[in-house]
Design a protein around this ligand. Structure first.
Ligand code: SDX
Length: 428
């Protein structure tokens, strides 16, 4: 009958069968290669939301949703988040290895040198209304980088796409900080080359001219950890968007700009902002039961933001690390974590984790359930939360763009189940 390493599919309408090879990865679930499915069986497969579909082969990130495990290129996320810094993780994602001390310093210098943006780009901020959401500005500005930095746009040259990669990673924090300062009518603060990559983010958001700023090491470490935890996450919606754009041979600026748009949705990277808004609406622990009931009510569109995940059917390992960071910050006397919101969040978590509805559906707190409270304690406004997510995710998106390029993958072009009208063109 069938080969050992294959799956046989039989169309019971006509008895036609076909064997499809099973491909094994390093670890994790194998895949059935169905690329010849339509050719041999005349049908498409259907997988709404791509829940059971592997869209590519990748060596970047591995997630075990059952065990709540996350690795970047074989390194466990808790190792990277506690023993390394974000620059190490960015280097690991881009160059496939953790840097030596010399490589780390060289990489950090490369990013520093590229952290300024062309002065002509500053006019872009004037084009937006004051209340423009920073994600809209960021998506436009990243695409605009390709017009000001048009000297290295050859997507087939590794040295040129690594140049684009470093420019994107280095300039996104500056664009993000400028969009925040502009929206508040504050003087823009340029990157300070005496400060580190992550420290500069808080510096550009908070400082006033002539270096009046107060940054605490624990705040920089908290933000560094948040960026590390967000750096990549397998084939999520925004990464799939980046890879789809990459498959058309568009450059990384276009792909990352599209990824920003995809990440912005509240079901994805916009969830961290929605979590805080939701905690503010719930407002008090005595209202938690009412909102848990709304979340369980099929007729109510209300969902518990920061809960549930397509892959994690256990605790999101990133959430566990952030919960610890949050509690550490709470012990810091001069860092203001909104204790009432923490109380409400803890009550939601305690109640949901004991509730049959959430247990049966494996709904646990995800990364977004905690990140917002920490970002808020760092004085970062809600509309900048998804922007911080972008700063973290940029190295992962670009690593995925490069991987697709290196594998010379075909253009992404799925098919569909057509349910529209039959031919009804009038005679003419
Ligand atoms: C991120 O994919 C990634 O890796 C993303 C990310 C990354 O790093 O890139 O991890 C970042 O996006 C994290 C997720 C942030 N989003 C939220 O916190 C929004 C709230 N969560 C839900 O919208 C939802 O859980 C999703 C979008 C995260 C997952 O959606 P799925 O996998 O499509 O799950 P589903 O909608 O099919 O839900 C399964 C069941 C349903 O009930 P039944 O139809 O089976 O009765 O669980 C219910 C859902 O109604 N459910 C929820 C719920 N999440 C799922 N019910 C109440 N509240 C929720 N939050």
């Amino acid at each position: 009958m069938g080969q050992k390493n294959s799956v046989t599919v039989t169309d019971n309408r006509n008895g036609k069968s076909y064997e499809f090879p099973i491909l094994d990865g390093t670890i994790g679930p194998s895949v059935v290669d169905i690329s010849s499915f339509y050719k041999n069986l005349g049908m498409f497969t259907f997988d709404n939301g791509l829940t059971s579909t592997a869209s590519c082969q990748s060596a970047i990130t591995y997630i075990d949703g059952e065990k709540g495990k996350l690795m970047y290129r074989g390194y466990d996320i808790s190792y990277l988040a506690t023993q390394k810094i974000f620059a190490d993780t960015a280097h690991l994602l881009l160059y496939k290895k953790l840097p030596t001390d010399e490589e780390r310093e060289a990489f950090r210098l490369e990013l520093k040198r590229r952290s300024f943006i062309h002065e002509g780009m500053i006019k872009l901020f004037d084009a937006f209304p004051d209340n423009a959401h920073p994600m809209a500005i960021l998506s436009a500005a990243v695409s605009t980088l390709s017009t000001f930095y048009f000297d290295h746009l050859d997507v087939d040259s590794p040295s040129e796409y690594m140049e684009m990669a470093k420019r994107i990673i280095a300039k996104i924090p500056t664009i993000a900080a400028f969009s925040y300062r502009y929206s508040r009518g504050l003087p823009i603060i340029y990157p300070n080359l005496d400060r580190g990559f992550v420290e500069n983010i808080l510096y550009m958001l908070r400082a006033f001219p002539y270096d009046h700023v107060n940054l605490k090491p624990i705040e920089v470490k908290a933000l560094d950890t948040i960026l590390t935890l967000h750096a990549d996450h397998e084939q999520n919606a925004s990464t799939t968007t980046v890879r789809t754009v990459a498959s058309t041979h568009a450059h990384p600026y276009a792909a990352v700009s599209a990824g920003i748009g995809a990440l912005w949705g509240r079901a994805h990277g916009g969830a961290n902002e929605s979590v805080i808004r939701q905690l503010e609406v719930i407002g008090d622990v005595k209202n938690v039961e009412k909102y848990i009931a709304k979340a369980k009510d099929k007729n109510d569109p209300f969902r518990l933001m920061g809960f549930g995940h397509r892959v994690y059917k256990n605790f999101d390992p990133r959430a566990a690390i952030l919960k610890n960071i949050r509690d550490q910050l709470m012990k810091e006397s001069d860092i203001k974590i909104d204790e009432n919101l923490v109380e409400v969040a803890n009550k939601i978590e305690e109640t949901a984790l004991k509730d049959e509805y959430f247990i049966k559906r494996n709904l646990y707190p995800n990364i977004d359930f905690y990140s917002g409270l920490i970002l808020r304690a760092l004085g970062i406004p809600k509309d900048m939360f998804a922007v911080i997510f972008v700063i973290g995710r940029a190295p992962g998106w670009i690593a995925q763009w490069i991987e697709l390029k290196e594998h010379n993958e075909r253009i992404t072009r799925p098919r569909q189940l057509y349910v529209g009208p039959e031919e009804r063109t009038p005679k003419y």
